[in-house]
Design a protein around this ligand. Sequence first.
Ligand code: FES
Length: 460
Amino acid sequence: MNEASLRPDAIFSRGPDITDELEHLVRPDVVHRRLYTDPDLFDLEMERVFGGTWCYLGHESEVPDPGCFVRRRLGRRQVLLVRTAEGGLRGLLNRCTHRGTTLVGEQRGCAHRFTCPYHGWRFDLDGRLQNLPVPDSYDRLYERPFDLGQLKVASHRGFVFATLAAEPPALEEWLGAALPWLDEHVDRYPGGKLKVVETAVKVEYGGNWKMSWDNAADGIHATFAHRSYNLIGKEAETDTVLARNPTDTPMISRTLGHGHCVVDQRPGIPDGPWSTMRPLPTTDELVGALSETGRGDRETLDLATGSMANLSLFPNLVFVGNQLMVVEPVAADRTRLTMYLTLAEDAPDEVNLIRMRVDEDFVSFGTPDDLEMFERVQDGLQVVEEEWIDISRGESAGDSVDEHGLVTGDIATEAPIRAYLEEWKRLMAKPIPTTVRRSRIEAAKFDKRLRRQRRNTETT
Ligand code: FES
């Protein structure tokens, strides 16, 4: 056995450098079909993109009390977001350190400890090995990496991100120009209090995960792919923002660095988000109830709809309407999207009930359009003789670049696609050193714990 591989703080850095190959595959105006179809590139993405940069893990409101946990996935790694006994946050690898069994099977829950179902090894909420059968039979137990592996975790305004990168930038630095947009999103909620609803909507499509990224800031598709959704809006005589000519609206699309971007529809809807609402089940009654109690003002009603500023944080979090959409790659040609509804904790109940109706609306009548397009693209990319995908729109269509290199264009610009692919290339080109962190228990404390365990065994 290689002793170095047992070091709890071992840094992993595997080659090779594929910069030249990526420069060939991703060019300023086109991208090669292999990015969406190649299983080897997919394997590398799971390692380098979903291990080497900050990824969204969950929201603090999902783990409010000590012992609360939710199970998530970063690439192929199962991860538990845990609220510790002291109230801190941990991102634990959901992998028993004995023989690798998935430790926790539930999607969420509350526990005092985690016990492996295979041979009963037990870990505390910090991931420290607490107990195991026949401890005497292991040499130097406390010196070996038997405590659960951890990711580095950081939180901003309740949004928790994690990474395996050995030396990641500070979370705020990584958020960069996206940070004020995230703050603005949270500030919409009275008191800044946002709560993620436990039950989420999960959908899967037969296409590559980056298609949902291509789509996130794609203001062109809405007019065409969501035509039926828009027609329903027209029937209802509402101002459907999605149906506008994408080049003839003051709405903007902006790149924010590190692959992040935002589509701000608000300049195109001067009467506010509520003015775009179409009739939905029970909303008339709910608005009536708000008005009767003097809470039917525009600010309150605007909170019932999406913010109309869709922020995307590469590689796995997209704010869509009132929802947080998390992108989970499954295979080169399969992706899972999980949509978490958010509530405004201090808003009237009626507002939160309308938020649920709003979310059901687009998930039911809009999302299926996107999923069908993704699957049709994946199918189209099977034509190996046609190698290239065009991503050129914008440079001759009025895009402007600021002194930091961030691009602002109309909502039809493809600048956000080019920008996230630059970040993708940066992460993929060379191995970013990663490390599995651990909460080590001191040897003396561990010995004491074992002695106590032995005593208990002898007396029973
Ligand atoms: Fe977990 Fe054996 S695999 S205790």
